[in-house]
Design a protein around this ligand. Sequence first.
Ligand code: ATP
Ligand code: MG
Length: 398
Amino acid sequence: MKELIMVKYGEIALKGINKKTFEDMLQSNIKRRLKKIGQFGYERMQSTIYIEPLNEEADVEAATDALKKVFGIGAIQKCAVYPKDIEVVKADLGEYLKEALEGAKTFKIEAKRADKTFPLTSPEIQQTLGDAVLDAFPEIGVDVHNPDVTVRLEIRDNGAYLSAKRITGAGGMPVGSSGKALLMLSGGIDSPVAGYMMAKRGLVVDCIHYVSPPYTSDRALTKVQKLCEEMTDFCGDIMFYCVPFTEIQEAIRDNCPEEYFTVIMRRLMIKIADRFCKKDGYGAMITGESLAQVASQTLSAIDCTNAAAELPVFRPLIGMDKIEITEIARKIGTFETSILPYEDCCTVFSPKHPRTKPKLEDVLKAESAFDFDALIEKAVAETTVKRYKYGEETVFLE
Ligand code: ATP
Ligand code: MG
């Protein structure tokens, strides 16, 4: 008996004439992930990618785990492949389903007959296999409405595929199918979640981070780099831009009214990110802002920050509360790193009484107390770029 993995599409299944482009992208994303595990063969049919292990290392369990984090996948099914002979399936089913049915009280059979030349109809297959399961596992009962386990048999062109476990995939669109965007990544809980959510919509997510040494430490930077590495699990390879922000923050502190420090700082962060977007071909920026979470995330503060951007700024967490965001952070594995207690440049020189309802004209006036252009140029020129590769040691580019 041969075991393979069927990957069912998520949203891609609904695409029209350009479906093939999305399928190609999903398949190449999958290949890149599984290359680290072993050698696999790929075949595509009827909105499904069939992934077959080709060598000893190609472990189906490990591959299934990796596939759970690939966007564009609706469901993952491990299955046994048999010749299209119901007697052969019945003879082996007790052995193959043992693990899946262990401890289950009820089951049902779902049969699908893509190959219409197969002599039995779907209800007939269901009846025959149901009896065979009851023979092999006498203590289990049938429940067609709410079974503990659904056993599926699909009769396809190339064989009969038996499976008992369908794992929900990560959903969304294949990373890269929507273009690329630059995530403003802090060390907090929110921004990695924001990156995850936009990668799920098919964006390549690269990261930009602002540091203010000596006010922020090396350990704070290391923490953010660790977040980047963790994000590659879902996002694939990530470019990491590290922007020296100390001089800009000192200039804000020395020249602008304290109550506007935070909003001006945010505007300058956006201006720098916008520059890299245009230079390196990103179509948008992403932030972890959530409405009303802090003083810099009120409607008027967001209006002032947004006015500094020329390209779109995506804020996927805008309508979520902290509990929902934290749940996702735990699920994607960034939470533990995010709560390490290191300072972010946002907390440097932060005002005691920030304006919660800043007006754009007042902010622009406060900002015009100093000409930041030369410092922006300098920060852009001194930015370092690093690449984080999925499952690999990091590589320094500059
Ligand atoms: P997070 O949990 O993502 O840090 P937060 O709730 O702490 O968010 P703020 O500190 O106000 O909120 O930051 C809002 C957003 O601004 C962040 O989600 C992030 O996108 C961006 N940001 C903040 N600090 C930095 C930084 N040092 N480098 C890059 N982006 C940052
Ligand atoms: Mg923060």
